[in-house]
Design a protein around this ligand. Structure first.
Ligand SMILES: [Zn+2]
Length: 183
């Protein structure tokens, strides 16, 4: 039997081997169906999709927590480099901006924009954005985009939509590279 991650006996504490298995599948860009095929070929018992999603959420939470901690430390270091000793100081810094996409080939729907401090080279902020909103897609199918019902629904949804309300998508005419910029 695999070792529990938590040293304390807690109900539903994740097992190390299961967590590593899910993390491995996710790091390959795969999902539950890939795990199903892997387990079938290895003649292993498979966890349920609910359990898979439970581990997935735990991994995501862990990554977000670690990223936030790292950003706090990096921002503190950058402030110190610019001579700030007080957290409440407003510091003038020089930054550049860069963006990238999840996949190559100008077909990706997910992009990331990064703010980079010029002096240290650290990324001090980022935003992941999607060109696609699942809610919009589903509602367009259900209501039809040109109808008054859809426009009425969209007015209520606009502030929560993950596509346009919070970002500008800029097309570079020469390189066709796209970047994400906050409004
Ligand atoms: Zn939307």
């Amino acid at each position: 039997m695999s070792r529990e991650i938590s040293r304390h006996k807690v109900l539903n504490a994740p097992f190390d081997i299961n967590m590593r298995l899910v993390q491995g599948i996710l790091s390959l860009g795969l999902g539950y169906s890939a795990l199903e095929k892997f387990c079938m070929n290895m003649n292993l018992n498979i966890m349920s999709s609910r359990t898979f999603n439970f581990y997935k959420k735990k991994i995501l939470d862990g990554h977000l927590f670690a990223a936030n901690q790292m950003f706090c430390n990096i921002r503190k270091d950058v402030e110190e480099v610019y001579g700030s000793r007080n957290d409440n100081d407003i510091v003038d810094i020089g930054v550049s901006y860069d963006g990238s996409w999840l996949t190559r080939g100008h077909t990706s729907n997910i992009g990331i924009g990064c703010v980079i401090d010029l002096l240290t080279g650290f990324v001090i902020d980022f935003e992941v954005m999607s060109k696609r909103c699942e809610e919009c897609q589903q509602t367009k199918l259900a209501l039809d985009e040109d109808t008054a019902e859809f426009h009425f629904w969209y007015e209520g949804h606009r502030d929560f939509c993950s596509i346009t309300c919070r970002v500008i998508w800029l097309d570079g005419s020469q390189s066709r590279n796209k970047i994400v910029g906050k409004t």
